[in-house]
Design a binder for this molecule. Structure first.
Ligand SMILES: O=C(O)CCC(=O)C(=O)O
Ligand SMILES: [Fe+2]
Length: 255
């Protein structure tokens, strides 16, 4: 990764300190996207992330931007429905998305000569609010079933999205809704494409259980507040490195 460049093309993504068998193109929805400049809690500087569009194909930028706009609209609609499902007003989550840091990722998983030795993406839970995933017909996404811990393949359904709840919703709901452990396996014959849209709050959002869901008693909160921008930046950095320790996760904020 070029220092300072956080968007665009790369093939060095890591999950839990292991390199993934894939290449990626990342772009954010807001231009520029306001983000934390450093992981230091006392540093209040704001970074401006700019997308890195290639010159070819020339229509890529316009098509990608239009797709992202539609994804935000769908994501916010889903947030209204999720809010209502929790007994909240439909607009309850709106305040967290004023300067949202949402992004789109174009994933390409090339065929792998030794698929038993690699993963397209190692097992993880999405750290964000929601993921709306489009995948082609190859398959490879697996979710871990809670009842027996087994990996279950998510069959591709034509013209359908897969919606994953992320860790931020788990915290907002005080653990009532859970993010799901998932991974991507690769195969030796076919390349695979997927396009996740990640709905993320504004960088300055303090993520914490909603007061009305813990009866206003801080004692009942299962998580301590954390700053989304600092958390996201710390995760993003560790995505490009082989670290000795696990990267930061919501369980680090558990009470
Ligand atoms: O490619 C996929 O199906 C899922 C990718 C994924 O889990 C992620 O990017 O967080
Ligand atoms: Fe994921």
């Amino acid at each position: 990764m070029i220092p300072g460049k956080v968007l665009g093309y790369y093939d060095t993504e890591h999950t839990k300190n292991t390199r993934n068998w894939k290449e990626v193109f990342d772009y954010t929805v807001q231009q520029p996207t306001l983000a934390a400049a450093s992981v230091d809690e006392n540093d209040h500087q704001v970074a401006h992330w700019e997308n890195q569009w290639p010159q070819h194909p020339p229509e890529m930028r316009e098509v990608s931007e239009e797709y992202a706009k539609e994804m935000v609209a769908l994501g916010m609609r889903l947030m209204e429905l999720i809010a209502m499902s929790m007994g909240l007003t439909a607009q309850r989550f709106e305040e967290f998305f004023k300067d949202h840091t949402s992004s789109v990722r174009l994933n390409h998983y090339p065929p792998c000569p030794s698929p038993e030795l690699a993963l397209g993406v190692g097992h993880h839970k999405d750290p964000r609010v929601l993921t709306i995933l489009a995948q082609d017909d190859v398959g490879g996404l697996e979710v871990r079933r809670k009842s027996d811990g087994r990996w279950v393949g998510v069959k591709p359904t034509p013209n359908a999205y897969i919606v994953n709840l992320g860790d931020v919703l788990q915290v907002w709901s005080n653990g009532e809704y859970e993010s799901v452990d998932h991974r991507v396996i690769v195969n030796s014959e076919k390349e695979r494409y997927s396009i996740p849209f990640f709905l993320n709050p504004s960088h300055y959002t303090m993520v914490e259980p909603l007061p009305e869901l813990i009866d206003g008693h801080q004692k009942g909160a299962k998580y301590r507040p954390y700053n989304w921008g600092k958390f996201a930046l710390s995760r993003k950095r560790s995505n490009f490195m082989k670290l000795q320790a696990d990267n930061i996760q919501i369980h680090h904020f558990k009470n």
